[in-house]
Unconditional design. Structure first.
Length: 288
């Protein structure tokens, strides 16, 4: 398997100072100019396939300078047909581990009943269940319609008349700043809004409705989806802890989840998505 370069190659003098396998094994490392996944695997003395499995959201052909990668230790394993064997690192929580591997903290807790999530020890080995089929099952159990889950957004959003109910809704956070607006990225892919907030912040429902989904999703952390009148849906993702259950009727301002901290940016970010019949809408058209 060929791995792509991050960008411009380094000089030989820069490469000579690269950390040794002993130094980077088990750590989070940043991609430097000229790095490839194969080179990093060789430098860490771990098989390329294992490095890829411990970084499931990384595209080997599109490494970016500054991107953070998790280097597995010799004690860690990521079999294709079974749970990960993961070694706790400083600062780890079940929620942060769940975000890395696209599962939920609840599934990790269930697989490690004897481990205390509030008293994890550095070096402790825990089992991290594979979540592909479990995540799909959880999403389908709340309804088969794509409106019940935050599917990949189309490359463009058609303009549509909004119902009278979608007017001057409050924002989902009390204290926030917009770090990414709703709209297409450099590749033309439509991206939902991203809001930065502070530690301990809670995402709140922007309108009355019913909770239709409350569980983890791969690459999105803990997710809450609320259905509102006139076939409107709101999505609250990248959460750390869910505060509601499926089927609960909520009012505007009711707390839905606690916002989680991003491993890559160290910010507390909330991904907020607004849809009508599954079609994305710019939230700024609705939020006051």
């Amino acid at each position: 398997m060929m791995a792509g370069c991050a960008s411009d190659p380094q000089t030989s003098s820069q490469r000579a100072s690269a950390p040794s396998a002993t130094q980077i094994s088990g750590d989070w490392v940043q991609v430097q100019r000229g790095d490839t996944l194969g080179q990093m695997a060789a430098r860490a003395n771990v098989p390329l396939e294992r490095l890829q499995r411990f970084n499931p959201g990384v595209d080997a052909r599109r490494l970016e300078v500054g991107q953070r990668l998790l280097i597995p230790t010799q004690q860690e394993r990521a079999p294709s047909g079974g749970p990960y064997r993961y070694q706790i690192r400083p600062g780890d929580t079940f929620s942060s581990v769940a975000r890395q591997f696209g599962t939920t903290s609840g599934r990790i807790q269930s697989a490690n009943s004897s481990a205390s999530p509030t008293n994890l020890r550095v070096g402790q080995v825990v089992s991290v269940p594979l979540s592909g089929s479990a995540t799909r099952s959880a999403a389908s159990s709340s309804g088969s319609s794509s409106a019940n889950r935050p599917a990949a957004a189309p490359s463009s959003a058609p303009s549509q008349a909004l119902p009278a109910s979608a007017r001057r809704w409050p924002w989902p956070l009390d204290d926030y700043r917009v770090v990414r607006r709703f709209g297409p990225d450099s590749r033309g892919t439509l991206q939902p809004m991203l809001l930065a907030t502070q530690d301990g912040a809670q995402a709140k429902s922007v309108a009355p409705g019913e909770v239709r989904f409350a569980d983890g999703m791969r690459q999105l952390g803990e997710v809450v989806i609320v259905h509102h009148a006139d076939n409107l849906q709101t999505v609250y993702a990248l959460c750390d802890r869910i505060l509601v259950e499926v089927g609960k009727q909520v009012s505007a301002g009711d707390a839905l989840c606690e916002v989680g901290q991003s491993e890559s940016t160290q910010r507390y970010d909330l991904l907020f998505d607004l849809r009508q019949g599954g079609k994305p809408i710019d939230p700024r058209q609705v939020l006051r």
